[in-house]
Design a binder for this molecule. Structure first.
Ligand SMILES: Cc1cc2nc3c(=O)[nH]c(=O)nc-3n(C[C@H](O)[C@H](O)[C@H](O)COP(=O)(O)O)c2cc1C
Length: 367
């Protein structure tokens, strides 16, 4: 898999998730394997140029976090170019342009999914960036603004003609938000529209099987995974093994889930300091506990987490409480086992059924 000159070891990608795809989360996933190019949350190009401290925290990285893409949003071509040049000079491997964000604040300024309605203008912006940079420039889009305006294939073609290195496409429209199903046909239309630029499919992938299905049905060159990654940080390793060697995805044990959750908190503390890390971890830990089986007391207490010590005490109490659901060998009794989510793509309703993947609450819930 190549994005322009950048050679990648995996065709699986981490989707940007504002508020989540920070350095500790990326490192947690990288340690589990299967992921090569990861991305930051979206970052305002102008804020980077203004040396805004919050924007710089978003691009914080380290040697173990390579290769890294930064996702920029903005609509002023010169600002986008200059911010990208600054990122290139700091060793960032690739710059992604946000063309899919439906949040009003972003769209109002002409960025995010508004870019999907202005093909010529968007192509000019990308051209300016591509001509100035040596690193690849990629774009992340939705299928279009709404069902009447499925502009992604035309936009993809226009961007290919000005040198985009890859296209990420979430198989929903801006109007859909996170409602309805991901359209594999919509992703395939983008794949069919371009000559050779890699198209990476995205949306609702939570298992290795779903990733394979998306590739098989759309011809996409790779898959980008967002919510599936905090639901299942092992998904990249499992999917790569499944795609390459047909090895069925291994479902991590409870002990492994606990180990990785603890490691994730540790990395958060290193990067954000104990107090802020614990505050942020309140919304991260419940993703791990979704697969713990019964976890009521854990979920009730974790949302008040304020120190590492408290975390350890909470785990200890939870392990005690959890004993009642275990068999003589210490395994969770069958009836308490969490079920695996399955994808429910628009074109495969009979084969794959699933409950919808939750969208995290907060200001970004309309992504
Ligand atoms: C909490 C949250 C934050 C997101 N932030 C971004 C973002 O910063 N940039 C972006 O392009 N997409 C963002 N998205 C969209 C995801 O990258 C992805 O396209 C979408 O969630 C569908 O993929 P998934 O089903 O694998 O999560 C966000 C989605 C969520 C749920």
């Amino acid at each position: 898999m190549k994005f322009g000159p950048l050679e990648l070891k995996s065709n699986l990608f981490l989707s940007p998730l504002a508020g989540y795809t920070n350095l500790p989360f990326r490192l947690t996933i990288r340690e589990l394997g299967g992921l090569d190019l990861a991305t930051t949350d979206l970052v305002n190009a102008r804020s980077l140029l203004e040396k805004n401290a919050k924007a710089f925290k978003l691009i914080e990285t380290c040697a173990q976090d390579q290769p890294l893409a930064v996702q920029l949003f903005g609509s002023i071509p010169e600002e986008m170019r200059d911010a990208a040049l600054m990122l290139e000079s700091r060793g960032i491997a690739s710059v992604d342009i946000n063309m899919g964000c439906p949040v009003r604040k972003v769209v109002k300024g002409g960025g995010g999914s508004a870019m999907m309605n202005q093909l010529d203008r968007t192509a000019r912006l990308v051209k300016l960036m591509v001509e100035a940079l040596h690193i690849p420039v990629t774009a992340k889009m939705r299928l279009g603004w709404d069902d009447e305006n499925l502009t992604a294939p035309d936009l993809a073609r226009a961007l290919e003609s000005v040198g985009i290195a890859a296209i990420f496409v979430h198989g929903r429209t801006r109007q859909q938000g996170f409602e309805g199903k991901v359209s594999l046909a919509g992703i395939r239309a983008v794949v069919d529209a371009v000559a050779s630029v890699p198209v990476i499919g995205n949306g609702d992938v939570t298992t290795a099987e779903a990733a394979k299905l998306m590739i098989d049905r759309t011809g996409c060159a790779g898959v980008s995974i967002g919510r599936g990654a905090f639901y299942n940080p092992w998904i990249f390793r499992g999917t790569l093994d499944y795609l390459r060697h047909g090895i069925p995805e291994v479902i991590p044990t409870f002990e492994e889930r606990l180990r990785v959750m603890r490691r994730h908190l540790e990395l958060m503390i290193q990067v954000f300091g104990e107090s802020r890390a614990c505050l942020m971890f309140r919304k991260v830990a419940p993703w791990y506990s979704k697969r713990f089986g019964p976890a009521k007391p854990f979920n009730r207490k974790i949302v008040h987490l304020s120190s590492r010590e408290e975390f350890e005490a909470l785990i200890e109490a939870f392990l005690d409480w959890r004993q009642q659901f275990l068999d003589a060998d210490g395994r969770l009794l069958e009836r308490y086992q969490p079920t695996n989510l399955k994808p429910d793509f628009a074109e495969e309703p009979e084969v794959f059924r699933r409950d919808s993947i939750p969208v995290p609450k907060g200001p970004v819930e309309v992504w």
